[in-house]
Design a protein around this ligand. Structure first.
Ligand SMILES: C[S@@+](CC[C@H](N)C(=O)[O-])C[C@H]1O[C@@H](n2cnc3c(N)ncnc32)[C@H](O)[C@@H]1O
Length: 301
């Protein structure tokens, strides 16, 4: 794994929505928790390859994320590898009272904590039971009880259509889920006018990532920009494991439009002058010259 969470990736057209087990009840008609629950169980028994691999990978690595998670629960909202404060890059509104929010791939849960502290009622799903154990423990420690922690795949969420006002992923579904599948699911979950915000690796950082998976990211064009999609890191030279996804910027935009999202804002994150060292897959010097991370802010039409 690369730093913050960030292995860098490519689309597997065979792992899309159509390739998954078909829901016995059309998603627009199924609002029954019981049938959704048993459906989720059925899905867990036949997880797509990338979801099964990422579950193994994150369950095995969760111990390393306890201390960073504890720190993030204590602090004010700040985003990504370079910890850009929410005051400078406001991905969360200061006041979220009355909003129902979902975090897709919540990890240790600090983004969910930041949302509940702003007044939102939160549903937080993660594929790793070990990561969720940390999240649950920290929510008890911090006495935040309006977060529902759910073990499952963010590509198939057992919640009714249109049941959320706001959806977010910081290096969760944003990079570990198949784009067409999870963004279609996020669209289904949001009410019309609802917002999806996600943050992950910039495709340029992936293009500059050596094909043998060695680190750090270089200043050479190591792989094809147009052929990004699914990145399988199981045989990587450094930090092997996990399967991620990313795409060219035009492919992201085409996907959003096809699914029914309008782009509110696209941010290419630049590391601040004060940044030093190599906290993740790219050096601070690299990220001061090129965008290492991207943020999409979308609105459901
Ligand atoms: C790096 S954490 C993201 C959480 C946090 N924002 C962070 O940056 O540390 C990545 C999380 O995505 C989760 N994840 C990966 N694939 C997922 C899936 N299909 N559904 C839900 N969560 C998933 C992993 O289990 C892991 O906890």
């Amino acid at each position: 794994m690369r730093g913050h969470c960030a292995r860098l990736t490519r689309t597997d057209s065979s792992a899309g929505w159509a390739a998954q087990v078909a829901c016995p009840i059309a998603s627009s008609q199924c609002h029954c928790e019981l049938s959704r629950g048993s459906y989720a169980q059925q899905m867990n028994e036949s997880l797509p390859e990338h979801v099964a691999e990422n579950r193994r990978y994150w369950d095995g690595m969760a111990d390393e994320w306890v201390a960073p998670g504890e720190r993030a629960w204590e602090q004010e909202a700040a985003w990504g590898e370079w910890q850009i404060p929410n005051t400078e890059m406001p991905l969360l509104a200061d006041d979220m009272h009355g909003l129902r929010a979902i975090e897709l791939g919540c990890g240790t849960g600090y983004v969910s904590a930041w949302m509940q502290r702003r007044g939102a009622s939160v549903y937080a799903i993660d594929n790793s039971a070990a990561q969720l154990a940390t999240a649950r423990r920290l929510s008890e420690l911090h006495r935040l009880d309006d977060i529902e922690w759910v073990h499952g795949n963010a590509e198939q969420v057992a919640q009714p259509d249109g049941s959320f006002d706001f959806a977010i992923s910081e290096y969760g579904a944003a990079i570990w889920c198949e784009p067409a599948t999870w963004i279609t699911e996020a669209h289904r979950l949001l009410r019309p006018g609802g917002e999806l915000v996600f943050l992950g690796n910039h495709p340029l950082a992936i293009v500059c990532s050596p094909v043998d998976g060695s680190l750090p990211v270089t200043e050479r064009l190591e792989r094809s920009y147009f052929d990004l999609g699914r990145l399988d890191w199981r045989d990587a030279v450094d930090e092997p494991g996990g399967i991620e996804f990313n795409m060219s910027i035009s492919s992201w935009m085409r996907l959003f439009n096809e699914i029914g999202f309008d782009v509110i804002e696209y941010i290419e994150i630049r590391a601040p002058e004060s940044a030093t060292g190599t906290p993740g897959p790219v050096t601070a010097d690299w990220a001061k010259r090129f965008p290492s991370e991207q943020v999409w802010r979308l609105r459901k039409r």
